[in-house]
Write a protein that binds this ligand. Sequence first.
Ligand SMILES: C[S@@+](CC[C@H](N)C(=O)[O-])C[C@H]1O[C@@H](n2cnc3c(N)ncnc32)[C@H](O)[C@@H]1O
Length: 243
Amino acid sequence: MGFVNCYEDVIRASAYATLEFRNTYYLAFRDLPAVLSKHVNGKRALDFGCGTGRSTRLLGQRGFQATGFDISEDMLRLAQAADPGGDYCLVPEDNLNQFASGAFDLILSAFTFDNIPQAKKVTIFRDLRRLLAPGGIIVSIVSSPEIYTHEWASFSTKDFPENARARSGDVVRIIVTDHQDRRPVEDILCTDESYRIICQQAGLKVIQMLAPLANGNEGYSWIDETKIAPWVIYVLSSAESAG
Ligand SMILES: C[S@@+](CC[C@H](N)C(=O)[O-])C[C@H]1O[C@@H](n2cnc3c(N)ncnc32)[C@H](O)[C@@H]1O
């Protein structure tokens, strides 16, 4: 399938760089500190699909030695500009061979798998598993299937009623309303059932799963966020690790 990475685009990258942690995105990151405290031993982190670097900077603020990794030159240029001392790594063909096996205690992937075609997900998760140190974990934040059929503080999908008929692996569209670039983003729908099969095929096990809901007291103008979780957070370890 000729799926195009829509983040390989100067205008989109500039718009994306203005996003931080407000509105619906707040819920993607709210529970991350607790997840990291609970599961991560060690400070070496890879931010897989770091984009313009907000997730990498967040890891740095939490004391991790974080390397940002992305296939989009346009996104990475802005990540490096916002964080000149940071460690960012461009790899045009997503080739993780440059990293030693067991190099990372934590691999964070924030929304990256939303844009990766189904067939590639297993290969990439398997490659990421190789990079985990003993006891290391992958935290993968992805869009819930429901994000594509509801309205949100940060997103709109009402122009894409066909999303409701999409199956796992199909392209779905969504507009980010928190920034200036109102062209739709094309993602690949992936259900929880599919993610679990993919993880199993990649030799990973799900050790925690979160579906963050807003409680209404956050100070944002929620639309569906108090009733339906826009994100799913998978905490994954190697299936071979103890526990
Ligand atoms: C939605 S952005 C998320 C950026 C960042 N994690 C954040 O939270 O703001 C997804 C990023 O994943 C990158 N990406 C997509 N496929 C990738 C791959 N196979 N390897 C590495 N990065 C990839 C895109 O270029 C894009 O910058």
